[in-house]
Design a protein around this ligand. Structure first.
Ligand code: WTA
Length: 629
């Protein structure tokens, strides 16, 4: 770090944090800048390869970049098997607490054993290298086991967030043409059971590719089991097919690891494709340096495994680093607002990584709840998912971190796979800023014409070089990959976010510039919410926009035009909200629905959501020359 005096509200890391850090930040930035490929090669060398790579980066077919070409590895092998010959064998890999207080833990040995057995079960169900498997579960250890088992045998997992519902699940199973669905008999949330199996059954009525369904017993309540199709996880794991025979598939570095559906600007959600080699190196390295991982750390990423944050930093990143990952099933405030603080104390969590919405939600209950618990085990804190407002940052810093834990405000995306703009333990922090790009990354903020904007000005955030954990393509739609990410500016990746840089070069994310909506940090598309609304027989047209919300960051507001013959009644709006909940999931339910007679459109018929938003906020809608009337 330069010694230059920084402007604004600056929080310097303590001497203790800097002196204890595993790596010297300056050296990392310098090395990566001097020799970008060398930097990543050195990291990759710390992992296991059945066969070493020829080339670190192959950019001969941009924007279809390849990393570690000809290298042979397996991310699951690197998460589990490599730790079995050391003292890590009996160390805890995963600690899990259920919302109802149930507890489970797995040593690296035990997790390896179960993953290996379940991989053999999958094989006996006919799953082969390259086949897709959909995973739709609550936050339970078997979710991680299922992901790792797929990776082990080269199957491609597609995890669907357990908060999604019938249509969202159906669409994702269908698009990925999954052979097997792994689900559970229900998930606990706020003391209630989410009927994941019932939702699966409904979704499967319309999905033709699934031949087997594996069901994990979590709640034990009565569910439908379809003979010949549905099998209990515990039954399968007790059969001889769940053998201990080793089954690691040697994977090409560029072989698919998983699909993760995410919302884009238009139409259906798209499947982001990540691969074994580069994704492994990227998540391993970023977690190690940004959260300064120490051998005996207990790392808690409080995200859901159904989103990229959980993939990279509950499952893969921590296990690649050989630390203990903590997973909690339920809601942060159940049964009391002290639930999280209680668990930090109980398990001695060292690092907590969560989202601004959770912090704001917990902050509302006041300091007394966290103050009642010993949080002194915490060494570092993290945040992700949306910009954090400085008040929430300061509360997190003071009340949870006791003014000694730096806050890693990490900016990244499903597409990037790993942290991209982030502090390091040595970085002086400014509340609300993700600070600087990770070592070696070249990022910029551009105006419409592609010129870098001046400090303090807003523009489009872009990435100018390739990075190992980047998405490789959109599954089955390479044209859309090129069009969406690589076509606005020549040779640059378009993030879809707007941002500013201050005079110290610190990045400040403003938000999405497309029609992606972030509700409580969850990524949804206006188009998906609209199609859920329009699938109701009474709705002719719909538009969904995001309006600011104190806790959720954004809340969805929808405008609908009714079909002829339908009248607005008191219960109708509630029925529509429920309908969206059933089709997409509870998080997608609009906060507010307004019945209107017309919607602002361009002459070519595109709804101008920008105009609706400006009107709702009572601000100037800007240029409306393309408005039809
Ligand atoms: C937003 C989540 C501000 C951003 C890992 C991005 C953030 C989108 C931050 C990706 C942050 C993520 N500060 N905004 N620290 N982190 N975002 O794909 O708009 O669910 O484009 O990945 O979240 O959301 P996704």
């Amino acid at each position: 770090m330069s010694e230059k005096k920084l402007s604004g509200d600056v929080y310097h890391p303590t001497e203790e944090v800097i002196n204890n850090a595993n790596a010297k930040c300056d050296e990392l930035y310098n090395f990566a800048e001097r020799d970008y490929e060398g930097f990543w090669a050195k990291e990759a060398e710390e992992l296991h390869w059945f066969q070493k790579w020829d080339k670190v980066l192959d950019d001969s077919n941009k924007p279809f970049f390849k990393w570690f070409t000809e290298g042979k590895t397996n991310i699951c092998y690197n998460c589990l098997d490599v730790h079995l010959d050391s003292a890590r064998r009996n160390k805890l890999a995963l600690i899990w607490e259920g919302e109802d207080g149930e507890f489970k833990s797995f040593s690296y040995f035990a997790l390896h054993r179960d993953v290996n057995k379940f991989a053999n079960v999958l094989k006996s169900l006919g799953v082969r290298k390259g086949d897709r498997v959909t995973i739709y579960m609550g936050r339970i250890p078997e979710l991680a086991i299922a992901m790792l088992a797929c990776a082990r045998i080269g199957a491609v997992h597609s995890v669907v967030y357990g908060g999604f519902s019938v249509e969202a699940l159906h669409e994702r199973i269908d698009d990925s043409e999954s052979k097997v669905l792994i689900t559970c008999d229900g998930a606990y949330q706020r003391g209630k059971i989410i009927e994941l199996k019932q939702i699966s059954d409904e979704a499967l009525q319309r999905a033709a590719t699934v031949s087997s369904v594996v069901v994990v017993k979590r709640t034990g309540h009565e569910i439908n089991m379809e003979p010949g199709r549905d099998m209990w996880y515990h039954d399968l794991m007790a059969l001889p097919i769940a053998s201990n025979e080793e089954n690691v598939e040697m994977m090409d570095a560029e072989d698919p690891l998983f699909l993760l559906y995410t919302s884009g600007t238009t139409g259906k959600p798209k499947a982001i494709l990540h691969v074994h080699g580069g994704y492994m190196v990227g998540t391993y390295t970023t977690l190690k340096y940004v959260f300064d991982i120490h051998e005996d750390d207990r790392f808690w990423c409080a995200a859901d495994p159904g989103w990229i944050t959980g993939h990279s930093y509950i499952v893969y990143g921590p296990l690649l680093n050989g630390v203990t990952s903590f997973m909690y099933e339920g809601a942060p405030t159940f049964p009391y607002p002290s639930r999280w603080w209680q668990m930090i104390e109980k398990y001695g969590i060292n690092i907590l990584y969560t989202a601004p919405t959770a912090i704001r939600g917990l902050m509302r209950f006041g300091e007394a709840w966290p103050n009642r618990h010993d949080l002194s085990s915490l060494r570092l804190l993290g945040t992700v998912g949306e910009p954090i407002n400085p008040e929430a940052w300061k509360w997190y810093y003071k009340v949870i971190g006791n003014e000694k834990c730096p806050i890693m405000d990490t900016w990244w995306q499903t597409e990037t796979g790993m942290f991209m703009i982030t502090p390091m333990p040595c970085t002086p922090l400014k509340p609300g800023s993700g600070t600087l790009p990770f070592p070696g990354l070249q990022m910029d903020i551009l105006d419409e014409e592609g010129n870098p904007v001046k400090p303090g000005e807003e523009g489009f955030l872009v990435i100018k070089n390739s990075w190992p954990a980047m998405l490789r393509t959109i599954w089955n739609d390479p044209d859309r990959y090129v069009e969406q990410y690589w076509s606005k500016y020549d040779g640059m990746y378009l993030t879809g976010d707007s941002a500013k840089r201050d005079e110290d070069g610190y990045y400040w994310i403003i938000g999405r510039v497309d029609d992606v909506i972030k509700v409580s940090g969850y990524r949804l598309g206006s188009a998906e919410i609209e199609s859920a609304l329009v699938s109701h027989p009474a709705v002719a047209e719909a538009a969904a926009i995001a309006l600011p919300h104190e806790v959720k960051g954004n809340a969805i507001h929808a405008f609908v035009i009714l079909r002829d013959g339908y009248k607005r009644t008191d219960t109708f709006v509630e029925e529509l909200r429920k309908h969206v909940g059933h089709e997409m999931g509870p998080i997608a339910k609009p906060e507010h629905i307004e019945i209107v007679d017309s919607l602002p459109k361009t002459r070519s018929g595109k709804i101008m959501r920008r105009v609706l938003k400006a009107k709702a906020l009572g601000v100037d809608p800007g240029n409306i020359s393309t408005l039809a009337d």
